[in-house]
Design a protein. Structure first.
Length: 111
């Protein structure tokens, strides 16, 4: 009788499934984006676009509200129409386009 050895590939990352690394990195980037935007949005609106404080705070409030409302709408769209993979892919693409758009600098606002 022969001895048979079964070789299995280890699909773990420090003892965790490899998919967890993707989830972790995605969440890390999303949180970096969110807190970075929270920190810089008022400065960007008041210094670059020369909005007054009242209007800048209104836009900041709308941004903050949409951050918490849009996942509900996105979840409904994902469940009924897109599916989870397409919804996550579409959301990631929108996030990247938004970040890329913020790197482009147009002419500064003038008084």
């Amino acid at each position: 009788m022969r001895d048979q050895t079964i070789q299995t590939t280890d699909n773990t990352f420090f003892g965790h499934p490899r998919g967890l690394l993707v989830c972790f990195m995605t969440e890390l980037w999303e949180r970096f984006s969110f807190y970075g935007m929270r920190a810089l949005l008022i400065f960007y609106l008041t210094e670059h676009f020369l909005f007054g404080d009242d209007k800048a705070f209104l836009i900041y409030g709308a941004y903050s509200a949409l951050v918490y409302v849009m996942p509900v709408i996105g979840g409904i769209l994902a469940d009924r129409y897109l599916g989870s993979r397409k919804a996550v892919t579409f959301g990631a693409i929108l996030l990247v386009i938004g970040h890329f758009g913020m790197t482009l600098e147009g002419p500064p606002a003038t008084v």
